[in-house]
Design a protein around this ligand. Structure first.
Ligand code: ZN
Length: 146
């Protein structure tokens, strides 16, 4: 799972496809390419894992990945805002960072683990004094938990 995150960050589509179970790929190349071109991955926080040991055939990983959208459309919308309507929080660079909170499922075939599918979860909220999910190294209450 960490190696897939690294592959996302590096844009290694071949690796992502090779580790995505063939029964679960659908138009994967095009959508992967779009994701990689429009997203900058900033941080990975693994929250929970279940099974996924050498004796298991399945495993799940719950994680939060922080990202910044590189889509120029969003930038022009932001820049187009009237100054009067923009609040301080809208001007904050923190506001550009989104989170992907997902529970991913993997199956093992021989020695190789394959990603099958993932369930999107509601935004992850750490405890107030825990590190923020975005990778800023600040406490949540000092960062996105403000
Ligand atoms: Zn944060």
């Amino acid at each position: 799972m960490r190696s897939r995150y690294t592959a996302f960050a590096l844009g290694d589509i071949d690796y992502l496809l090779a580790t995505h179970h063939i029964d679960y790929r659908s138009d994967a190349h095009t959508s992967l390419q779009q994701t990689i071109q429009t997203t900058q991955w900033l941080n990975l926080l693994v929250i929970d894992t279940q099974k996924g040991q050498r004796k298991d055939k399945t495993g799940t990983v719950e994680f939060v990945a922080a990202y910044r959208s590189k889509a120029p459309a969003k930038l022009s919308i932001t820049l187009g805002n009237q100054k009067a309507s923009a609040t301080d929080s809208e001007n904050s660079p923190l506001n550009d960072i989104g989170q992907l909170h997902e529970k991913s499922q993997f199956v093992r075939e021989g020695p190789q683990w394959f990603y099958t599918q993932g369930d999107l979860l509601p935004p992850y909220q750490p405890k107030r004094t825990q590190p923020c999910w975005c990778g800023s190294r600040l406490k949540f209450k000092q960062c996105h938990g403000k």
